[in-house]
Design a protein around this ligand. Structure first.
Ligand SMILES: Cc1cc2nc3c(=O)[nH]c(=O)nc-3n(C[C@H](O)[C@H](O)[C@H](O)COP(=O)(O)O)c2cc1C
Length: 266
């Protein structure tokens, strides 16, 4: 199918050939294979200015930034015209990149009241390409945007440099799924439906201990077979400690595994 549909991917990294680009591109590859047009936009070519607060606000009535931000107009227009949306960010200090944050802030201000993106199938990708910390917290601003905009979110994709290859394949699969969802766009009939969808998405409701547990599992899976005996600590023991309410001991066990894996991979 093509049906004039376009899946849009925004790369929220200053590195045009970096990991964020590879992941967004992988999602668009899946969409292209499913028969639609795709468009990849480097946000670094269209860096949005900081919101200066047009107090009234006038931007939500005019549907454009009151301080004449051509880059925001361009990006807004691209999203208004797409049938499926992929937003990828590098993780910077457990958050999105600054250019993604500025863009998200203006998206709310300009479009939240009129709701032109209701039901838009949307995928968020965050790549924590350094230590891997922030792989979940980096997704939160993106999925908050999707929820406020009443977009129909796909499962978020947290990525680190330790599980990049596996997640590239998942991104491609998600790209195919976006095309299926775009065939028949379903705005939410009631607010409760949206709340339930977002509550049920994996990864988003986790605390910092959960994030460390997930990251440690990812890193330990990346240790080569011949060096696995060097791993100190045991994630199953950590889980058993957590089940019996020994949360601090459980986290200490997770950190033992994490520290030894980081030493092996250093
Ligand atoms: C300012 C800054 C902060 C960063 N903070 C984190 C971080 O919290 N966790 C992490 O794993 N990597 C962090 N990184 C590393 C980036 O996530 C990594 O370089 C990523 O691959 C960038 O994506 P790109 O290749 O698309 O540019 C940081 C990088 C920069 C420049």
């Amino acid at each position: 199918m093509s049906n004039g549909k376009t899946i849009l991917g925004l790369v929220g990294s200053p590195n045009k050939d970096g990991l964020t680009n590879h992941l967004v591109d992988a999602a668009l590859k899946g969409a292209r294979e499913a028969g639609v047009k795709v468009e990849l936009v480097q946000m670094s070519d269209y860096v949005v200015d900081a919101c200066l607060d047009c107090t009234a606000p006038t931007c939500s009535k005019d549907l454009k930034c009151s301080y004449n931000d051509e880059n925001m107009e361009y990006l807004g227009e691209r999203i208004l015209n797409c049938s499926g949306f992929v937003l990828g960010t590098p993780v910077y200090w457990g958050d999105t990149s600054g250019m993604v944050k500025y863009f998200i802030t203006k998206m709310y201000r300009i479009y939240a009241a009129s709701g032109p993106f209701e039901g838009l199938p949307s995928l968020g990708i965050a790549i924590a390409g350094g230590s891997g910390n922030g792989l979940l917290t980096g997704l939160l601003p993106i999925y908050h945007l999707f929820r406020i905009m009443k977009m129909r979110a796909l499962d978020p994709l947290p990525v680190t440099r330790f599980n990049l290859n596996q997640t590239i394949d998942i991104a491609t699969e998600s790209g195919r799924l976006i095309v299926q969802m775009a065939e028949d766009r379903h705005p939410f009939k009631r607010r409760e439906e949206s709340l339930l969808l977002y509550d049920r998405l994996p990864f988003l409701g986790k605390n910092l201990g959960d994030e460390r547990r997930l990251l440690t599992a990812i890193i330990s899976a990346a240790i080569p077979e011949e060096r696995r005996h060097e791993i100190i600590g045991d994630l199953e023991k950590a889980d058993s400690l957590a089940r019996s309410g020994k949360i601090v001991e459980s986290l200490a066990e997770i950190n033992k595994v994490y520290d030894s894996c980081m030493r092996i991979l250093a």
